[in-house]
Design a binder for this molecule. Sequence first.
Ligand code: HDD
Length: 706
Amino acid sequence: MASHASRPTDAKQRQREQHHAADPAGGPLTTDQGVVVDHTDDSLQVGERGPTLLEDFHFREKITRFDHERIPERVVHARGAGAYGFFEPYHSCSEFTKAAFLQDPSVRTPVFVRFSTVQGPRGSADTVRDVRGFATKFYTAEGNYDLVGNNMPVFFIQDGIKFPDFVHAVKPEPHNEIPTGASAHDTLWDFVSLQPETMHMMMWLMSDRAIPRSYRTMQGFGVHTFRFVNAEGQGTFVKFHWKPKLGVHSLVWDEAQETQGRDPDFNRRDLWDNIAAGNHPEYELCVQLVPETDEHSFDFDLLDATKIIPEEQVPARPIGRMVLDRNPENYFAETEQVAFHTANVVPGIDFTNDPLLQARNFSYLDTQLIRLGGPNFAQIPVNRPVAPVRNNQRDGYHQGQIHSGTSYSPNSLGGGCPVHTGADPSAFSHLQERVDGRKIRKRSESFKDHYTQAALFFLSMADWEKQHIIDAFRFELGKVGSMQVRERTVEQLAHVHHGLATAVAEGIGVAPPEKEDTPQPEPSPALSLAGENNRGDGSIRTRQVAVLVADGVDAAQVGAVREVLEAGGAVVEELAFHDGSVRDGDGREHRVDRALPTVASVLYDAVVVPGGPSSVQELVADATVLRFVRDAYRHGKPVGALGSGVGLVAKLEPEGLRLAGDGDGAVADHGVVSDTSTGGAGEEFLSQLTAAVAAHRHWDRPPVRH
Ligand code: HDD
């Protein structure tokens, strides 16, 4: 299994074979009317060189169908990847919610999840700097529940009426449709600099959260404060979190940019390949619960979607787990046609008056009507509830049901069906919240602090995360042509953190801001990727490790490395200059997994250079090999070297790469693990290498110059 495989893996091959065996179209080719076609390679024409005849209904049908294959892509979140799976609660949540799927640990609810980027079109690259969508459809016994979230817990704006403005600003500019899949352009930053409520979200967008290593290592958030409602009709405010079992891991910007070219499908492929190989991604559903009586006890408004509740203030309690264990059969039918809607809720889950959520509750149904060509999209298999559907809604484009009987209520001719007595305790009934006020267009005073939580995020970061944020602001604003926009953004940043604003200003040719009092909130360690809670289970499961080999490689060392890493669940691939095999140090044939020119360092999580003097001699003479190792080092990845392989890594010492001191045994320095002894890969080396891979990245290395 590999996250960047270009040839079918065994798992994929098996899946295809099973698919073909089950294919109901396993007979002769027919038209859409079921007429068997005798020939589909040549159109019907007058003589061998004559014109094509209009009478050729097969030709016309085939081309017409082809011409109509596309539907409008999503206006945002166009590029996505989906998977099926299940959700099961750990225990009953009846104290807070009556939602049936959150009651019984023995009940598994099927789910479909679609991950996405926001800005780019369907064909854009995966590893762009962007928010990631994390939308889950729970096919519960009480109807479909959609949790349409993102991988960041806040949003750019507070009121949905600003959504078209924000999206127009971030999307490619209208005159030249540039840039694709990027926020580094004038209109977005113009908007940001004039709309300070964006500041908190911009901190997240400039952080490494915006370039996830994998959808499998990404958190998800419901963002809004929602409401749980229990059987007694008692409401509790709730914020939803998905926490990946493998921990939260990101790329670095240089790597993300290169990956866009090396494998534009990097995240999509990673998800698909891992599910196909049985490495089923798992996420814990956690909730932050706030009693209704505490609605006003925070120094921000729970209805403001630009704010988090720090986990140190209200812990995120695990209530269940979701496992994604099945790839879709057909991208269009499932991943493209899935239709999420924030208003798809079930009894026990309700809304709050968050004005962003209220707007969403209108938008999603509306957008599906145009995107999926009419009102019957809930009948598309991926959208169909498992709960029975009975109502008087009729007709419309693409009606797939053959209804009979009456279609109005009240009726007597249809036996009064479908019934709605109002007395059914399992029916959805809206929480009876008392609301009164004047009709006004006015943002609440309690929504006005745009800087404290932006500062909270920055102050909670590890030093390397802070530096990545500064670099990202410099990169993005450095692409902005208007100096005015750059200056205004720095002014905004100055309200968040003076040091950040100054560092950004220095990078983009703008005068540093005056020192001013900025908010000093208590940091929230849970926000940092370095935080314990984001490290996952500490295993090396599914990490991709490259082993560089050539003729003469020490096969025993490779075998030992492979055995230990694979036992821990990592995926090891031997890369040589060509596909097929090399000769090992004893002259025996040694199979390799992939040809070096087809891959790159950025597609792996770690690299190992085994010994074997002639192998290393051949490898060291090749600039792409040195680049492979240099990039891994620059991107903070573990580097392992054995025997003469240490000499190859040492070639990069003059550039600044740091190897641990000499000596016979295994030594490690910031994730560079080496052992110059000529024997096999010893236990000490293997355990240090495993620990280095488990740490994922090693940030505080001395930099290399190249
Ligand atoms: Fe949205 C799609 C997430 C605010 C209007 N949104 C969409 C998707 C995700 C989100 C994950 C893709 C679902 C899929 O995979 O099909 N959106 C969010 C989050 C928001 C948010 C977490 C803020 C908390 N969205 C938001 C607002 C509006 C919309 C304020 C409009 C008022 N979003 C849409 C939409 C989309 C959509 C236009 C485009 C395609 C679709 O719905 O199905 O209706």
